[in-house]
Design a protein around this ligand. Structure first.
Ligand SMILES: CC(C)=CCC/C(C)=C/CC/C(C)=C/CC/C(C)=C/CC/C(C)=C/CC/C(C)=C/CC/C(C)=C/COP(=O)(O)OP(=O)(O)O
Ligand SMILES: O=P(O)(O)OC[C@@H](O)CO
Length: 239
């Protein structure tokens, strides 16, 4: 598999421009040893709150990518860009509709070498992103694997993101999804609020994303970095 700008990422913190984080907490996150920060959220994202958070993270050496979820929030100056496509919805707006609108507006300015599509499979019905996009979250194993193959083999997406935002997912299912992946990098995110869950996710997925706990228990959030980085990588792509 060819190297991608995010290939080496095992642990990532996701920061939401629509939430408040103190300078002290941001300093701890950015100097934690995490591989990268993703800036993203599914509601309340504006140009102003995204620029503000980017400028604060930019004081640190850590890689910082934007997950573009609104047209207004497409801000230049990040190290990389992810464009989510939701795969388990029947609302075309969230599969390719808004993305095409975005390309009409910004297509000539996109830094393509540092931009990657993410095939989102949203599995927690309670997540804001699931409600927003009408995601069909009740997938059996066969349906999940079919979505994974659609993303990985037919669509050739570089990232498949199993999204349980707000709830810890089924790690056996995540491992099976990973087993079906040939080229994509499998991101897992959702409900990681201690080192043990982080370790389990680190054993199951290529890349582990930690979000909400940053805002509720910073010490627990920081403990997830070493837990993922020490987790056995058996069965993972060589990156
Ligand atoms: C000018 C310049 C430099 C441009 C570079 C940016 C760039 C590459 C632009 C390309 C143009 C473009 C294609 C834009 C498309 C933008 C767009 C509107 C895409 C739609 C994305 C989408 C499917 C959004 C739906 C929600 C979603 C999947 C969001 C991802 C983040 C996420 C899941 C956050 C957490 O979820 P949440 O449920 O909120 O979690 P909590 O419940 O815990 O809060
Ligand atoms: O916020 P949590 O539940 O940690 O999930 C992380 C990330 O997958 C959200 O998009």
């Amino acid at each position: 598999m060819s190297e991608r700008w995010f290939s080496g990422w095992r642990h990532v913190f996701k920061l939401d421009p629509d939430r408040t984080i103190t300078d002290e907490a941001l300093d701890a996150i950015c100097t934690s040893g995490t591989d990268a920060i993703i800036v993203g959220g599914s509601s309340g994202i504006t140009f102003e709150n995204t620029v503000d958070l980017m400028a604060r993270i930019r004081r640190y050496a850590v890689d910082c990518a934007l997950e573009v979820s609104t047209l207004e929030g497409a801000v230049p100056g990040f190290d990389g860009y992810f464009v989510p496509l939701v795969l388990n919805t029947n609302r075309a707006e969230w599969i390719n509709g808004r993305q095409t609108e975005g390309l009409k507006e910004y297509g000539t300015f996109v830094p393509w070498e540092e931009t990657a599509a993410q095939g989102y499979i949203i599995l927690n019905a309670e997540a804001t992103a699931a409600k927003l996009t009408g995601a069909q979250t009740e997938l059996g194993e066969d349906e999940l694997i079919a979505h994974v193959r659609m993303a990985d083999r037919l669509m050739q997406l570089p990232v498949i993101y199993l999204e349980y935002s707000g709830r810890f997912g089924d790690m056996q299912l995540v491992k099976r999804a990973r087993g079906a992946v040939v080229n994509a990098q499998l991101f897992y995110g959702g409900g990681i609020d201690d080192a043990d869950k982080a370790r389990q996710a680190g054993e199951a997925a290529h890349t582990v994303v930690v979000g909400n706990v940053i805002y509720t228990d910073l010490t627990a959030a920081l403990s997830t970095v070493a837990a993922v980085q020490k987790a056995p990588r058996s069965g993972l792509h060589t990156k």
